[in-house]
Design a protein. Structure first.
Length: 252
């Protein structure tokens, strides 16, 4: 917006030799920034400055230079710097990044990530035959990475991972449990051969993005993990407890 004397109160514009307009403005970090794109019309450049000023006033402005880092590079750094991860969890995250994230959106700048782009990425995974369970693991990892980009690094004003139900590994409810049955046993939760015994149950785990469910039995603690073999069906594999850093140890 221009003052009465014709000078702008926020930012400036200049016409490039190409005839397009470029904007410059003081960012919330105190540095002068050049707009990431140019404009064919002066009025469009003026609107861009008005929008940027409003974003800074509302605390939603993000540094366009920092947002230029590629998602694949940012995600790799995120995994390396994530505190408290076990080696097998790191291996899992890197595999998800390499197999299901980087080939599709790894070259996209973090600052350009959008909800539409995330929806398109997930749809492509499912269309190529990736199971709902595996797509959910990749989605939760991406969402956690984007949370850091928004909350800690200020590269985006809002997390683009906002697909309802995309983090659920089993579209039809718990795997292997028929309607009217609890924990794989008849309604009422009783073991068929031992009426007084309460069957094992599957419950979701807390923690980091790619975690699977853990099978628990009263009085026994954690007995194993529900492992996804890529087809969306859960299989029980007794083993050591699932680490609290969040990921299943046995992803195959």
């Amino acid at each position: 917006m221009a003052n009465k004397d014709g000078h702008r109160r926020f930012g400036s514009m200049r016409r490039l030799p190409s005839g397009r307009y470029q904007v410059r403005y003081p960012g919330a970090d105190g540095q002068t920034h050049t707009g990431p794109e140019t404009f064919e019309r002066k009025t469009d450049a003026e609107r861009a400055l008005v929008l940027i000023e409003a974003q800074i006033a509302a605390g939603n402005w993000t540094n366009p230079e920092r947002g230029k880092v590629k998602l694949e590079d940012y995600a790799a750094t995120w995994i390396t710097q994530r505190p408290g991860l076990r080696p097998r969890t790191v291996e899992l995250y890197r595999w998800l990044l390499k197999k299901h994230i980087a080939p599709y959106i790894g070259s996209v700048a973090v600052g350009k990530m959008s909800a539409a782009l995330v929806r398109e990425w997930r749809a492509k995974l499912l269309a190529k035959g990736v199971s709902v369970s595996m797509a959910a693991k990749a989605y939760r990892l991406l969402r956690a990475i984007m949370t850091t980009a928004v909350d800690d690094d200020g590269l985006l004003s809002r997390n683009p991972c906002r697909i309802k139900g995309a983090s659920d590994e089993h579209a039809g409810g718990r795997p292997g449990v028929r309607p009217g049955r609890a924990g794989g046993h008849p309604a009422g939760g009783q073991h068929p051969r031992h009426p007084g015994r309460i069957p094992a149950t599957v419950r979701p785990q807390r923690g980091d993005p790619a975690r699977t469910g853990t099978v628990c039995h009263p009085g026994r603690g954690r007995a194993g993990a529900v492992e996804d073999g890529g087809g969306g069906a859960g299989r029980l594999h007794p083993r050591r407890p699932v680490p609290d850093d969040g990921a299943a140890d046995d992803l195959r």
